[in-house]
Design a protein around this ligand. Sequence first.
Ligand code: NAP
Length: 243
Amino acid sequence: MQIQGTIALVTGADRGIGKAFAVALLERGAAKVYAGVRDVATVSDVYPRLVPVQLDVTDTDRVAAVARDLDDVQLVVNNAGIARPATPLSAELNAARAELEVNCLSLIATTQAFAPTLAANGGGAFVNVPSVGSWIASPTLSTYTASKSAAWNYTNSARVELKHQGTHVVGVHVGFVDTNLTAALDLDKIAPAAAALDAVEAGEPEAIVDELSRQVKASLYDDQHTLYPQIEHDFAAPAGSPT
Ligand SMILES: NC(=O)c1ccc[n+]([C@@H]2O[C@H](COP(=O)([O-])OP(=O)(O)OC[C@H]3O[C@@H](n4cnc5c(N)ncnc54)[C@H](OP(=O)(O)O)[C@@H]3O)[C@@H](O)[C@H]2O)c1
C-alpha cells in the first residue's frame, strides 16, 4: 500500500519512535494521522493533519471504542511499549506483567479491534515494533525481551490470518533508537520509521532496520555458540571495567 493519502493511527505517538512515525507518515503525504496517546495535551498542534485521540492500549474497552469511532483508519502502527529493566532473578512479576500487557497483549487487542476496519477500508496494514529483542535475550532486560518475543510471534501469526482479508503486517526490528527508553545506553542509535514505511509500501513482511538486527537474525541457527558467549561476558563484567 502507498502512504500517500492514507489515514493512519499511531499508538504512543506523543514521543520517541511513535512521534517519529507520525511525522514520517505526514511527510510522506498521509491524509490524516491519529495520534493515540494517554494524554491528548501532549500532542503538538504544529501539524494540522495530526489528530490526538485518547488511548491507553491496555484499556481493551477503550481500544474497541476507538476502533469503532475511527472507521476511516487504513494503517495502524502498534508502537506503544514499555521496558522495565531487570535480570531474570530480580524481575518483579508485576513489572513483567505490565510489559506483557503493553508490549504483547495490547497488540492482540488492537489487532482484533482494527482488523474489521482495515478490511472495510481496502485491507491496509498493521506495523508492529517487536525490536531485535524478540530474537535475542538480554539478561538486564530479561522480561522486556521476553515480551517482545511474544509480540514477534503473534505478529507472524497475525500476518498469516490477516492476509486472507488483504491486510499486510510488518514487523519492525531495530536495536537501539535514541528515545527515553534507551536514554541510559551509550550506544549507536538509529531511527526506524523510514525503513518501516518503506516495508509497508514494498509489501515486505519485516523491516530489519539496522546491522545489529540483521546480524542477530542471521545468527539464530547457532546463536547459543555465536551470540551468547559475548552476552555472558558482558553480563559478568561491570560497566566500565576493562574487558
Ligand atoms: N528505543 C529503542 O531502542 C527501541 C528499539 C526497538 C524497539 N523499540 C520499541 O519501540 C516502541 C517505542 O519505543 P520508544 O523508544 O519510543 O519508547 P518511549 O520513548 O519510552 O515511548 C513509549 C511510548 O509508548 C507509550 N505508552 C506506554 N504505555 C502505553 C499505554 N499503556 N497506552 C498507550 N501508550 C503507551 C508512551 O506514552 P506515555 O508518554 O503516555 O508514557 C510513549 O508514547 C516500543 O514498543 C519499544 O519497545 C524501541
